[in-house]
Design a binder for this molecule. Structure first.
Ligand SMILES: *[C@@H]1O[C@H](CO)[C@@H](O)[C@H](O)[C@H]1NC(C)=O
Ligand SMILES: *[C@@H]1O[C@H](CO)[C@@H](O)[C@H](O)[C@H]1NC(C)=O
Ligand SMILES: *[C@@H]1O[C@H](CO)[C@@H](O)[C@H](O)[C@H]1NC(C)=O
Length: 325
């Protein structure tokens, strides 16, 4: 007697995403960095992130034959306020409306105990710190020159880690009748991957890059010819590389099959399971585990098969319509 089955195929994975490789895609259309990033985000994950040499080699291979010029990758710079020792300020005492939001690198000065931000090329007095005392330097200098001048005096442009230091500097300036002075705070470029700011351990800049000639907000391009990176104006137009990450997902497949198997008999249901297994393997579904349970007792039997197999986010649900037996 033939009976009808409905087979539900549940496919998905539970492997941690860190163990999934990146897949790269080359898009041979000229776009600005931001246009390229939106394109990659809608079609894939984001502009390409490169964590190691192996990633770089795999990515460059996806480039269309013949294209050797520059292409965008997912690395971009933002400006962040940084003390000379590389620390980002935990304590700040900005004047109302400061710091200014700017595409240019800015430097900080102190006026009546509050901080203001402005172009580093302005000439101002400065406050050095030699580890014990704050030293007012009257000479009007650019921020860079003020930094050098402090260094020449075995000190450095003052860092203000807390309110106590801020009060001490205010007292020094008040006593010296100094209205304004540079402090050791300036915006610097922070490069990060667009999707995950982590993993900037691997870098492959061309010699002398990034050179910040375009101001603070720069984007990185790769010379496809040799894999080295340069900083470019984000508004420039280049082809680009996107990447995607294997992700977990669940797919449900439904199949109707006919067979004379008696599902009540464990031996014959096991045998059917084995045949299903073999058929799936034959159809290229690998690395899966299959279990089933009967959900209907009438002529129609339902089996739930759980499989685990590698799949790509952009591979859409397959439907197996094959008659298995
Ligand atoms: C992209 O721009 C470059 C330089 O302007 C040009 O030579 C190239 O043909 C453009 N590529 C496409 C696909 O439009
Ligand atoms: C990229 O690097 C990661 C490790 O961060 C690795 O797991 C992955 O397989 C690499 N992918 C490619 C395509 O090289
Ligand atoms: C890579 O190619 C760029 C662009 O042609 C070139 O300026 C640079 O010197 C090359 N770097 C290396 C390490 O070959």
């Amino acid at each position: 007697m033939k009976s009808l089955f409905v087979i539900l195929l549940l496919a998905g994975f539970s492997i941690p995403s860190s163990s999934f490789p990146y897949v790269y895609f080359f898009v041979g259309e000229n776009k600005t960095w931001e246009e390229a990033e939106s394109y990659c985000m809608s079609e894939y994950t984001a502009l390409a992130q490169i964590n190691n040499m192996e990633n770089l080699t795999a990515m460059v291979k996806t480039s269309q034959a013949g294209y050797t010029d520059k292409a965008w990758i997912g690395l971009y710079a933002t400006l962040v306020w940084t003390w000379l020792d590389g620390e980002q300020p935990a304590f700040t005492n900005w004047f109302l409306g400061h710091p200014h939001d700017s595409d240019n690198v800015l430097c900080a000065s102190i006026v009546s105990g509050v901080w203001t931000s402005g172009l580093c090329s302005q000439k101002k007095s400065s406050i050095c710190f030699n580890g014990i005392n704050y030293i007012p330097v009257w000479t009007a200098l650019t921020w860079m020159d003020a930094k050098a001048k402090c260094k020449a005096q075995a000190s450095s442009l003052a860092k203000i880690p807390d309110l106590i230091a801020n009060a001490a500097i205010l007292a020094t300036m008040t006593a010296a009748l100094m209205p304004e002075a540079w402090i050791g705070l300036k915006t610097t470029q922070l490069w990060q991957w667009s999707k995950t700011s982590e993993n900037y351990a691997y870098r492959n800049w061309q010699l002398g890059q990034p050179d910040t000639v375009n101001g603070g907000k720069d984007c990185a391009a790769i010379a496809v010819k040799n894999g080295t990176w340069t900083d470019e104006q984000c508004s420039a137009q280049y082809p680009f590389f996107c990447y995607d990450v294997y992700k977990s997902r669940t797919t449900v497949m439904r199949m109707t099959i006919q067979s004379s198997t008696n599902m009540e008999n464990p031996a014959s249901s096991d045998s059917l399971l084995q045949q299903l297994n073999a058929t799936l393997v034959k159809h290229g579904v690998t690395h899966f585990r299959m279990t089933w349970k009967k959900v209907s007792v009438k002529q129609t039997q339902e089996s739930v098969i759980t499989t685990r197999y590698k799949s790509h986010t952009h591979t859409h649900t397959h439907s197996h319509t094959t008659c298995l037996l």
